[in-house]
Design a binder for this molecule. Structure first.
Ligand code: MLT
Length: 265
C-alpha cells in the first residue's frame, strides 16, 4: 500500500481506477479494507481512494487524542498531495461519516457529493462520552482484543453473526490488526466531537444515506430523520445488514453507490 508523507502523519491509502475521485473512509475500529468489494466494482469507472485514517491500519499513530477536525484536515492534505483539485464524492461509514460532516464544514468547495453510511449526526451523550474514555484506558491496557470482544456483537446484524462466519472472522481480524494507542486516541477524540445535527439542512450537495436494517448503533429511525433534514438526499435501507453494511451486504451497498454516483454532476 502506498504511503503519503503529510504534515504530522504518514497516511497509507489504496488508490485504484481513474475518473471522478471517490474517497471512502472506514469506521472504528476498522481500516480501509472494509470497502474492498466496493472498490473492486467502482474502480472501472471512478478513481476510488480508501485511506487508513491517522491511527488506523498502516497509517502512523498519533497517541493521546485525535479529533474529527484533524482527520478532515488530513484528508484535505491527502488530496493536495495527490494533486486532486476537482470536487470529490466523500463517503464514510459511521466514524467515517463524522469525518465527512467535518470535511463538509471545513472544505465544502472540495465536495461534489456525500455518502453517509451507518452513521449519525448527534454528538455523544455525557454517558457515552464517559464510556469512551473508559474504553480508551482499557484498550491501552488490554489491547485491541478488548474492542473485538466488546464491539463485534453490536457491529454485525444477528443474521450475519449466525450465517456469515467469514464476515465475522474478517471483521475480527481487521479489529485485532489495529494499534491499541491509535484506537485509544480515537476514542478520546470521538468523545468530544461536535453535534453535527445543525449542519444537516446546510448540506447542499447530493447526499446518499445507506443504513443496515439491523444497525443497532446508527438506527434506521435516526438515519431517516437525518435524510429528512438534508435537502438533496435519498436513503437506501439494506436488508440483512447491521452497522457494517459494506462488509455484510457488499452487493446491495455497491449498487446503491453506483446508482447515486451516476447521478452526481
Ligand atoms: C464506528 O463504526 O465507526 C463506530 O461505531 C463509531 C462510534 O463508536 O461512534
Amino acid at each position: 500500500m502506498p504511503t503519503l508523507k503529510l504534515p504530522g502523519v504518514e497516511l497509507a491509502l489504496a488508490d485504484h481506477g481513474a475518473g471522478r475521485p471517490v474517497v471512502l473512509i472506514h469506521g472504528f475500529p476498522m481500516d480501509h479494507s472494509i470497502w474492498d468489494q466496493q472498490v473492486r466494482s467502482l474502480a472501472p469507472h471512478y478513481r476510488v481512494i480508501t485511506p487508513d485514517l491517522r491511527g488506523f491500519g498502516r497509517s502512523s499513530v498519533t497517541p493521546g487524542k485525535v479529533t474529527v477536525e484533524q482527520w478532515a484536515d488530513d484528508l484535505a492534505a491527502m488530496l493536495d498531495a495527490l494533486k486532486i483539485s476537482e470536487p470529490i464524492v466523500l463517503g464514510g461509514l459511521s466514524m467515517g461519516g463524522y469525518v465527512a460532516f467535518r470535511f463538509f464544514a471545513a472544505h465544502r468547495s472540495r465536495l461534489a457529493g456525500l455518502i453517509l453510511c451507518d452513521t449519525k449526526a448527534a454528538a455523544d451523550s455525557p454517558q457515552a462520552a464517559a464510556g469512551r474514555l473508559e474504553t480508551a484506558q482499557r484498550t491501552e491496557r488490554e489491547g485491541a482484543q478488548f474492542l473485538a470482544e466488546t464491539m463485534l456483537p453490536r457491529l454485525l446484524a444477528p443474521a450475519t453473526q449466525a450465517q456469515k462466519p467469514e464476515v465475522v472472522d474478517r471483521l475480527r481480524q481487521i479489529i485485532l490488526a489495529g494499534d491499541r494507542f491509535g484506537y485509544a486516541a480515537t476514542s478520546r477524540g470521538l468523545a468530544q466531537r461536535p453535534n453535527f445535527t445543525p449542519l444537516l439542512p446546510q448540506i447542499d450537495c447530493p447526499t446518499l444515506l445507506i443504513v443496515g436494517r439491523h444497525d443497532a448503533i446508527s438506527t434506521v429511525a435516526e438515519m431517516d430523520a437525518m435524510a429528512r433534514a438534508i435537502p438533496d438526499s435519498r436513503i437506501v435501507e439494506i436488508d440483512g445488514a447491521g452497522h457494517v453494511s459494506p462488509l455484510e451486504a457488499p452487493g446491495e451497498v455497491t449498487r446503491a453507490m453506483e446508482q447515486f454516483l451516476y447521478g452526481v454532476r
